[in-house]
Design a binder for this molecule. Structure first.
Ligand code: C2E
Ligand code: MG
Ligand code: MG
Ligand code: MG
Length: 299
């Protein structure tokens, strides 16, 4: 007992960390094989336009990677994406997702009814020297209007003060792609820099949508606020400010993670035009969403 405790103290990694590292290594190996063994798939989550009055309607979809391992089961991207990033495997995984989306867009183009699609691109993949030429070659091989393809980048990448990042975004924008900042509001945005990038869209992180309160609760908060005490501004005001800022930057806005009816109504009142979330549509297998779209069951 005491002997092993002593050893543990001398060990650089505590046993718990060791287990985590072993698990991560195993997962990395499994992930490496997943591509060739067809354990990966792309899901699509619908994105909706939210008119001032009337029902939301489908306008786009976001591609989300799914991994089903025979022993690990369904592994969440929140778990395997960081591992793929650390090992560099994300470059191939991300390319595979892009290719699946390009193939789907080309296929839909032939059939005559297309839907804009967004793909998440990791910093690691984006920074890879071959990223732009590989995207260019996908666009050559798969024929569709390139403005149907949108790249979602994270705020941290968009804030890095590097000309290389800006150059790549410009080159891809010249090819017709558009750009979106994902999970907006939780990182540290360099607004001056955002303004210089050819962005189309900000996606408000779902934590802000989670903080929205219904109009009746807003009134309650005013009535019950203590005079002389600073009232912490609630989520509605933060989202309102984000919408004003996005408008100043001429950017479209998507609210992520809309789960509740009241959130949808608050967003509608605030004038947020696009929404995505479990309330209106969960991510589903790519073919399934495309079939429903083609059968005009959606929008
Ligand atoms: P993200 O790009 O912000 O994607 C949105 C995530 O929120 C998705 O999780 C989606 O399933 C989930 N979501 C959508 N609506 C709701 C809602 O109403 N409530 C809640 N609680 N969640 C909602 P998912 O698919 O697990 O992906 C997690 C993250 O993993 C993504 O966040 C993205 O950063 C990353 N990811 C997924 N696929 C890829 C990929 O192909 N490449 C890269 N680089 N990253 C990916
Ligand atoms: Mg995203
Ligand atoms: Mg997001
Ligand atoms: Mg995210």
């Amino acid at each position: 007992e005491s002997k092993s405790a002593g050893r543990a103290r001398l060990c650089f990694f505590c046993p718990e960390m060791r287990h985590q590292i072993i698990a991560a290594t195993r997962m990395e190996q499994a992930l490496r094989h997943a591509l060739s063994r067809q354990q990966l798939s792309v899901h699509l989550q619908p994105q909706f336009m939210l008119p001032a009055t009337g029902a939301p309607y489908l306008v786009a979809a976001e591609a989300l990677l799914r991994w089903n391992d025979p022993t690990l089961g369904n592994v969440s991207p929140a778990t395997f994406i960081p591992i793929a990033e650390e090992s560099g495997l994300i470059v191939e995984l991300g390319h595979w997702v892009l290719e699946q989306v390009c193939m789907a867009l080309a296929d839909m183009t032939v059939k005559g009814r297309t839907l804009p699609m967004a793909v998440n691109v990791s910093q690691v993949q984006f920074r890879n020297a071959d990223f732009v030429p590989r995207v260019a070659s996908l666009l050559k091989r798969h024929i569709f209007s390139s403005d149907l393809l949108r790249i979602e980048l994270t705020e941290s990448l968009a804030s890095e003060d590097e000309d290389d990042v800006l150059d790549k975004i410009d080159q891809l924008a010249a090819l017709g792609l558009s750009f979106s900042i994902d999970d907006f509001g939780i990182g540290y945005s360099n607004l001056a820099r955002l303004r210089r990038m050819p962005l189309s869209e900000l996606k408000i992180d779902r934590s802000f949508i989670n903080d929205l309160v219904s109009e009746s609760d807003v009134v309650d908060a005013r009535v019950h606020s203590v005079p002389g005490k600073v009232v912490v501004s609630h989520g509605n005001e933060i989202v309102r400010a984000m919408l004003v800022m996005a408008q100043a930057l001429s950017l479209e806005v998507v609210a992520e993670g809309v789960e509740e009816e009241y959130q949808l109504e608050v967003l509608r009142q605030l004038g947020c035009q696009r929404v995505q979330g479990f309330l209106l549509g969960r991510p589903q297998p790519m073919e399934k969403l495309i079939q429903a779209f083609e059968a005009r069951e959606l929008a």
